[in-house]
Ligand binder design. Structure first.
Ligand SMILES: Nc1ncnc2c1ncn2[C@@H]1O[C@H](COP(=O)(O)OP(=O)(O)OP(=O)(O)O)[C@@H](O)[C@H]1O
Ligand SMILES: [Mg+2]
Length: 371
């Protein structure tokens, strides 16, 4: 057992030259992207350098996005295990060097079909804070999780469709990308981008996730689609110069949507988050300030909230800043999920956001089925 007050792992295993840090989670909920990320970060710390492997053990398995992310990154020092008694041990992920790929594929849980089509709007009254970026990459995250996704471009500027056009000269042509499955044994998925007037739900009966990129001017967005939003994601930032104004903008956004849509759950999301140890205190103070400024409204409309960055956020990244460069380079449309050093911050962040929204989906579905 580790010395008292040691954080990061629960058991140390030694065998021959192997030294393994074991983290055990006995939660009832499945382990998620953030929990695994935290353990991976621990393994990279100098104080963990004696460990050549880390085993993450869950009593309840793993969320779909967390398995998707780990299968995409293929870390070579991490194993994921589900332990439900000595006769029920499942190795959900093992480093590629350790185990044949079939074993990993067998443990991979294919995504379950959700019964109802979910509409997710990405909207805020403010321009240029990342609506289009968030809409496109949230679609990418759902696609990585095995869903076909429709992205609807509600903005008359048509920025989003332009970014996905297969032939940049043909404005009315095919705007879509294929997202290959991370797991070799699975089919890939698609993201199709349509204008609001091209959308007919009955034409795409197998598509369960519809993401709408909105214009910051609410009246420019299709009223009938705004009425359908189950969720509305509201990107915002934590920069100090704007933080008081951002509170007003978010409240105005909550009110605008609520006037047209009584059911939507609304989530303000921190975008462009700078993740840096030296900024932890300042980020916390800025978040608290922003959260307080929303309190008066969120107390009367509990379906509106600001997502805590520990639960989901989108970090500032060069990959997202330069996303769209393919238009200038004349290359194929792509998302900013390309890896560097086996990792992609945008991919991890958007999978975590998708997971956050999926958890709410599950809660809703359980509620409506009376459980
Ligand atoms: N997390 C991030 N890291 C780095 N750059 C980002 C991030 N999010 C957005 N950006 C950049 O910010 C700019 C504005 O983003 P985007 O076009 O998505 O905003 P928007 O809200 O859709 O704007 P508009 O109101 O004009 O439709 C883009 O250049 C984008 O690359
Ligand atoms: Mg936009």
């Amino acid at each position: 057992m580790p010395p008292d007050n040691t954080r990061g792992y629960d058991i140390e295993l030694k065998r021959g030259n192997d030294c393994i840090a074991v983290q055990v989670k006995s939660h009832r909920a499945k382990c998620n992207v953030a929990q695994i990320r935290k353990f991976q970060n621990f393994l990279e710390l100098p104080l963990a350098s004696r460990f050549n492997q880390g085993w993450f053990v869950s009593a309840s398995g793993y969320s779909k996005p967390s398995l998707t992310n780990v299968n995409a990154e293929q870390p070579d020092n991490l194993s994921l295990v589900t332990f439900q008694g000595i006769s029920q041990i499942i190795w959900d992920y093992n480093p590629p060097s350790n185990i044949p790929i079939q074993t990993i594929a067998a443990a991979y849980e294919p995504p379950k079909e959700s019964s109802k089509t979910k509409y997710i709007g990405v909207f805020t009254c403010k321009g240029g804070v990342g609506k289009t970026t968030v809409a496109a990459h949230l679609a990418g995250a759902f696609a990585l999780m095995g869903h076909d996704v429709i992205l609807l471009d509600l903005d008359p500027d048509r920025n989003l469709r332009k970014l996905f056009l297969q032939d940049i000269e043909d404005e009315n042509g095919d705007a879509s990308i294929f997202v290959p499955a991370i797991n070799r044994n699975e089919l890939g998925t698609t993201i199709t981008v349509l204008n609001a007037d091209q959308w007919k739900e009955e034409d795409y009966s197998d598509v369960k996730v519809i993401i709408c990129d909105c214009s910051p001017v609410l009246s420019e967005n299709s009223q009938s689609l705004v009425e359908k939003f189950d969720y509305c994601v509201i990107p915002t930032t934590l920069n100090p110069l704007g933080v008081s104004k951002h509170g007003d903008v978010i409240i105005r956004t909550f009110k605008h949507i609520r006037q047209r849509n009584p059911q939507a759950e609304m989530f303000a999301l921190i975008n462009n988050y700078i993740s840096n140890q030296n900024l932890v205190r300042r980020n916390r103070a800025l978040f608290d300030h922003l959260n307080r400024s929303l309190g008066e409204y969120t107390s009367i409309d509990p379906k509106c909230k600001l997502i805590h960055p520990d639960a989901a956020k989108i970090r500032h990244s060069i990959a997202l800043l330069y996303w769209g460069y393919h238009i200038v380079a004349g290359t194929e449309p792509q998302l900013a999920f390309r890896e560097s050093g086996g990792r992609s911050f945008p991919r991890t962040d958007f999978l975590q956001l998708a997971e956050y929204l999926e958890e709410h989906t599950t809660i809703d579905e359980l509620r409506s089925s009376g459980l």
